[in-house]
Design a protein. Structure first.
Length: 151
């Protein structure tokens, strides 16, 4: 067995962990926070970060490895896979930037608001919007990944 298959497996597993975790947080935890459970939810969002960012690092690293396995450059260019890959890469960059802003600026802002007795709703609303955008980007990224592997 070549390393390509386990690496692709890890690529997909990491994507599932990242996007699945985000979907759970935005559709289960954030509604719970809006109904009054802000402090435990803020704690859960903080605790989710190591798993999220391990998954992000793995999906990116295994993605770069998979690029090296796509075959001869001329074929990659001719098939349109290069263009699809470029688009996918830009969307991943955007998703990672927004996810970083969410986890390392808005989640601490939520924690601070709760500790200082301020209104946590602005931070919660920013997190909810960022999550929606990242989930939308992820849906397109998955489609582009499938298009690349079936070029
Ligand atoms: C910089 C980051 C990334 C790079 C460079 C990258 C690169 C690639 C490449 C080259 C393939 C084709 C593999 C093959 O055919 O052997 C692929 C497949 C795929 N990628 Fe990514 N990827 C990245 C991030 C992501 C992310 C963030 C997701 C999901 C959120 C994702 C989901 C997928 C999916 C679903 C496939 C299809 C697998 C298959 O059908 O075999 N990728 N990726």
């Amino acid at each position: 067995m070549t390393p390509a298959l386990p690496i692709l497996w890890l690529h997909l597993l990491s994507a599932v962990v990242w996007v699945g975790g985000l979907a759970y947080q935005t559709h289960v935890l954030l509604p719970a926070a809006r109904r009054g459970g802000q402090a435990p939810v803020a704690d859960m969002l903080r605790r989710g970060r190591p798993l999220t960012w391990t998954a992000v690092a793995l999906v990116v690293l295994t993605g770069f490895y998979s690029v090296t396995r796509l075959g001869p450059l001329e074929r990659v260019l001719e098939s349109g896979a290069a263009l699809t890959l470029a688009l996918k890469f830009m969307l991943v960059l955007g998703a990672v930037a927004i996810a970083g802003q969410r986890d390392f600026a808005q989640v601490p802002r939520l924690t601070r608001a709760l500790a200082d007795g301020d209104d946590p709703r602005p931070a919660l609303s920013a997190i909810a919007w960022m999550d929606r955008i990242v989930l939308l980007l992820a849906a397109v990224i998955v489609f582009l990944g499938l298009a690349i592997s079936r070029r």
